[in-house]
Design a protein around this ligand. Sequence first.
Ligand code: PLP
Ligand code: COI
Length: 355
Amino acid sequence: MEIRFIANTAPKAKVPANELRFGTTFTDHMFVMKYSPENGWHDAEIRPYGPLSLDPSAMVFHYAQEIFEGLKAYRTSENGEIYLFRPEKNFERMNQSCDRMCIPRFDGDEVLDALEKLIKIDADWIPTAPGTSLYIRPFIIATDSHVGVHPSGHYLFVIILSPVGSYFKEGLKPVKIYVETEYTRAARGGTGMAKCGGNYAASLIGQQKAEKLNYSQVLWLDGQEHKYVEEVGAMNVFFKIDGTIVTPALDGSILPGITRRSVLEFLRYKGYKVEERALPIDELMQAANSGRLEEAWGTGTAAVISPIGELNRDGNACVINNNAIGPVSQMLYDELTGIQWGLKDDPFGWRHTVK
Ligand code: PLP
Ligand code: COI
């Protein structure tokens, strides 16, 4: 793919590492590519980060025909190399999201190549302090000027980059999770397994409710019966019950997390007993109330491994592992971030060096 490059002649000042929040600062350049029925994906360029000009009737504004991804670039001061973590999986999932949202597929290898070029141009923005990274947000929006409901003919593919610190203000301290029993995020047959903005818009009300009650995230239950555990707003979930690690099976309404998949592969490789199955919330709350829920944690690109210290369902609040990070969560955090930052062996070949 040929990529035009227009350099930013007015680069911004960088934010000091200790002031980095999640997703509030953006680098100097972005990648943009167009789609038309006549030319397919074309006109790729890396240009100064800045506003997109869109017609007010652009379809993305009206019917949310939009998808996105989230991955990170990592660099340590030890050797200065830049790493991605299984980036091809993000572009595979993005193409699956395209299929669900009637957006044309793209060539994942070509886009990964373009991403590496963009990262190298803005490499000075990658923070190296422990716990920091460069969050990468690829997205596709429908741009036809038309308010009829049908798939757009034209699209924009954009990648922006954001130096980030911890996703949760708690950092690695356990987060408090509110079990949502009124609203649902996704239903089988819907768009839960796609990474589309609409899923997140639908989840805001539950998130707002949880925050009012002083909880940082929502645990969503299935859309049909409100009976089975699905996932948290920005992460998949794992529970260690009576020595066995359980995570909800992918049933079509849960995002197939790349961190989830990596954690499952890693735990099995290490010989842990792992189950992917339907997990009733009643079973989980009983295990929590009787002290058999030994550990709980979430997994995600933004959240990494995030210990869960408390679960509250309808006022029944259960503290997990004395609100401390448990041994499995700590081991997973150390191993995964060790691979991501190039500080540990990578037995699975997950680390991708940006060359
Ligand atoms: N579930 C939801 C709803 C998410 O937004 C994310 C974040 O991407 C995840 C799970 C975790 O997915 P991954 O590990 O691929 O980042
Ligand atoms: C991610 O982990 O990449 C996410 O997309 C989570 C959130 C910021 C939406």
